[in-house]
Design a protein around this ligand. Structure first.
Ligand code: NAD
Length: 377
């Protein structure tokens, strides 16, 4: 099979969907790879490395995509790129299934498109799980961004000129990104607190040396939230959570929010009043900015400083800021996923496979999402 990769076109998207390492493996399996020249430039993967790995370089996006039986991508393809695909091609990547209005275009071209965000969070899927590999990086980068905007030290320092207190970091939402943020902030010497609607995260927070902040919950609420993904909470819960958050936010120097609910707008966890009550110099890093933000004052893509001196960072695509390692892990995820359909003999689509069935959003001229999506709770 011919596998094609184009340069990502979204501003600031520096990742690439295949690396010289994964290209080499695909070529060793007997496939051919065509990649648009410059696709890996910002991810420490120059054209020469792809050529050395056995890929052919294409001079334009159309020249790359037009040759692909299978196309790998980091972001959804825009309509003009879909027009450049071969009829009946296979497309694999983060296709933003909840916000993508191009699926009918893909279906019209008989494209079999796989949205990697819909992969079930099961043990078998772990090595292909792009949300995990990328959110892990986002959690790490969030802490480094915080250190950049925070005008004080992170660790405690005892110097001849005086003692500096350690930063107090509050992490809201303890999924993959939140756990990595806890670990990274601890490594930098911060005092870390964390909270989540899933009570089962308490143990994970404590095992990383953080203090878990528990919103009082009924047994019924705990049970409703013991799944993989969080559910939207009742107004009553939100009220209890807001009171607790307000108290802890006032004491925090840095807040990192990561709370997401798949397919929905991110819950607002920090109101404008809470920001108003925070200390000057404190920083909020809102990892949910792209999904509407966990902080009422977040402006997606921007960094603002409020009148009372709180910096609210709404920058998006943090994994793209660590483009080389993010691409390396992402490309490995896709390579492993390709293993579900590719062999030396060629391509087979087995719709009995739960991972393929859950991620396939367009096929045989039809849009299958959300109806056929079994992974989404
Ligand atoms: P996510 O990005 O969907 O959400 C981030 C966190 O925000 C979650 O922990 C969620 O509970 C929390 N959250 C949502 N609403 C909230 C609110 N109102 N207040 C506070 N917190 C709120 O999560 P994720 O990182 O994708 O992880 C989701 C789940 O998948 C976790 O249970 C994780 O352990 C699991 N997981 C499983 C595997 C696997 O077994 N293959 C791999 C990775 C992750």
């Amino acid at each position: 099979m011919q596998i094609a990769i184009a340069t990502e076109r979204l501003a600031g998207e520096h990742r690439v969907a295949a690396t010289p390492e994964t290209v080499k493996k695909l070529v060793a399996m007997g496939h051919t790879v065509v990649i648009e020249a410059g696709a890996g430039r910002h991810a420490a993967a120059p054209d020469a490395a792809y050529s050395e790995a056995g890929a052919t370089l294409a001079a334009s996006r159309a020249a790359a995509l037009g040759q692909g039986d299978i196309v790998l991508t980091v972001r959804p393809l825009p309509a003009d790129a879909i027009a450049e695909l071969k009829d009946g091609a296979v497309l694999i990547g983060q296709l933003a299934p909840y916000h993508n209005d191009t699926f009918p275009l893909l279906a019209a071209k008989q494209v079999s498109a796989f949205a990697m965000e819909l992969l079930p969070r099961t043990t078998r899927a772990q090595s292909m799980d792009v949300l995990s590999s990328q959110n892990n990086i986002a959690g790490y980068r969030a802490v480094l961004l915080a250190t950049h905007y925070y005008p004080r030290f992170m660790p405690m320092l005892m110097t001849a000129a005086g003692t500096v207190k350690p930063a107090r970091v509050l992490i809201m939402g303890v999924g993959v990104a939140g756990l990595q943020a806890i670990a990274t902030a601890k490594r930098l010497g911060a005092v870390v607190e964390a909270t989540d609607v899933r009570a089962s995260t308490k143990e994970q927070v404590e095992s990383l040396g953080g203090k878990f902040i528990e919103v009082p919950m009924s047994e019924e609420e705990k049970k409703a939230n013991d799944g993989v993904y969080a559910k939207e909470m009742s107004d009553d819960y939100k009220q209890r959570q807001a009171e607790l958050v307000a108290k802890h936010a006032r004491a925090a120097d840095i807040i990192i929010t990561t709370a997401l609910i798949p397919g929905k707008k991110a819950p607002t966890l920090i109101s404008a009043e809470v920001v108003q009550a925070m200390k000057p110099g404190s920083v909020i890093i809102d990892l949910a900015a792209e999904a509407g933000g966990n902080c009422a004052q977040t402006v997606p893509g921007e960094v603002i400083t409020t009148d009372n001196g709180v910096t609210v960072v709404g920058l998006t695509n943090l994994p793209g800021m660590v483009a080389a390692d993010a691409s390396s892990l992402y490309a490995k995820n896709l390579f492993t996923f390709l293993g579900l359909m590719l062999s030396k003999e060629g391509y087979t689509l087995n719709l009995e496979d739960d991972l393929l069935a859950a991620t396939l959003v367009t096929h045989a001229g039809e849009v299958r999402f959300p109806a056929a999506n079994v992974a989404n709770p």
